[in-house]
Design a protein around this ligand. Structure first.
Ligand SMILES: [Zn+2]
Length: 375
């Protein structure tokens, strides 16, 4: 990544090249700031500048073979260390997940959760940097740089090192490894050993400048300036957070469409489109199905409250309100309990890995029976 491709952070991007070129940069740096501020992106830009064989005064060239390798994450003198999830029996090291890392790091604005998902870890997994990692670093550093005059070790989220690894890293930072730059990219530097902090030069990565996120959301997703500014304000200068908020919105919109069509189809009792609806959601995977069922229960609750004229505790978006105007009267004390139970039952069975098509068909029949009883 070139400095000019880093989102915002203009003053840091302007200052780095000159100080890197003049050698006025400590060999161990600690970038402190959220991933969404671009701390990892900056680390990559610094690495690329250092390794570029055709560096300009203010940026790497982005085109030489060295730059291309950095961009793909395959430069032999650029090493990465990052937290990983435990495999069955052995303690893993970063290299076990190198392929996944190379893919995710091409767009270096992501959260730890996204990284866990990329590794195929459980939702509540606690990735760590294990002790075996330090031996791995030492082994790599015992060799001469392969292609460049220097090499760079980027350690993402060093606060997730276990104690043994942290102590070994400390020894590595104390050793002089000529031509070797360490960049520790930390979201919680206060959790690092003070001895590690004292051996590094801290660079505070501030939140993104006003307007940067709104502009990027417009460029990437075609968002209007107004929506972009709204998300930017809620995300407080954090690009990762802004993308999360946006994804939540689009999930919600998808769920809303599915909910509205389920209710309409069940009302008309036309089995062919109902079947199509079932197949669509059955193909979408269990996590999507569970999220939909949670959403549907929420919407039933909101519409029931609306029907009871409890508007002060109704929480709906304008689009949901629009549907609710006509739909709310059909959610009442005669069917709310049965409808809730149907959603809950489906969620339980999906959670038990039951056959999604059978479960969702059963759900549709129950909704039909309750939303417009025949007798
Ligand atoms: Zn280059």
């Amino acid at each position: 990544m070139k400095f000019q491709e880093v989102l915002g952070q203009k003053s840091l991007c302007a200052a780095f090249p000159a100080s890197l070129k003049s050698g006025h940069v400590a060999h161990a740096q600690l970038f402190a700031g959220k991933s969404g501020y671009g701390s990892l992106a900056l680390a990559l830009a610094v690495a690329q500048y250092l390794l570029c064989s055709n560096q300009g005064d203010d940026d790497s060239c982005g085109e030489c073979p060295a730059c291309r390798k950095v961009i793909k994450g395959v430069h032999p003198d650029l090493h990465f260390v990052y937290p990983v999830v435990k495999k069955k029996d052995s303690a893993p090291v970063s290299d076990d997940y190198l392929q996944q890392w190379r893919e995710i790091v091409t767009s270096p604005y992501f959260s730890l959760d996204e990284w866990i998902e990329k590794m195929g870890g459980e939702e509540n997994a606690q990735p760590m940097i294990y002790a075996a990692e330090s031996a791995n670093i030492i082994k790599k550093l015992s060799l001469k740089p392969f292609e460049a005059d220097c090499r760079v070790v980027i350690i993402w989220l060093p606060e997730r090192m276990n104690e043994e690894c942290a102590n070994k890293l400390l020894k590595i930072l104390e050793e002089p490894y000529p031509g070797t730059y360490f960049i520790l990219v930390s979201e919680q530097p206060e959790r690092l050993l003070t001895t590690i902090r004292s051996r590094t030069q801290m660079v505070i990565i501030p939140m993104l400048e006003k307007g940067v996120i709104a502009h990027e959301l417009g460029r990437r997703y075609g968002l209007s300036a107004e929506r972009g500014r709204w998300l930017e304000r809620i995300a407080a200068g954090d690009m990762v957070k802004a993308i999360e908020l946006l994804n939540d919105e689009s999930n919600r919109a998808k769920n809303r469409e599915m909910f509205i069509s389920l209710m309409r189809l069940c009302w008309t009792r036309d089995m062919v489109p109902v079947n199509r609806w079932v197949n669509e959601l059955a193909d979408a995977g269990r996590e999507r199905q569970k999220r939909f069922l949670t959403y549907a229960s929420e919407m039933l609750r909101e519409n029931f409250m609306r029907n009871l004229n409890k508007d002060e505790i109704v929480y709906m978006t304008p689009e949901e309100e629009q549907f609710s105007v006509r739909f709310a009267p059909y959610v009442n004390e005669n069917n709310i309990v049965a409808l809730f139970a149907a959603m809950e039952q489906a969620a339980i069975e999906i959670g038990r890995n039951g056959n999604a098509k059978i479960i969702l068909t059963d759900l549709c029949i129950k909704v039909m029976q309750n939303i417009r009883p025949t007798t």
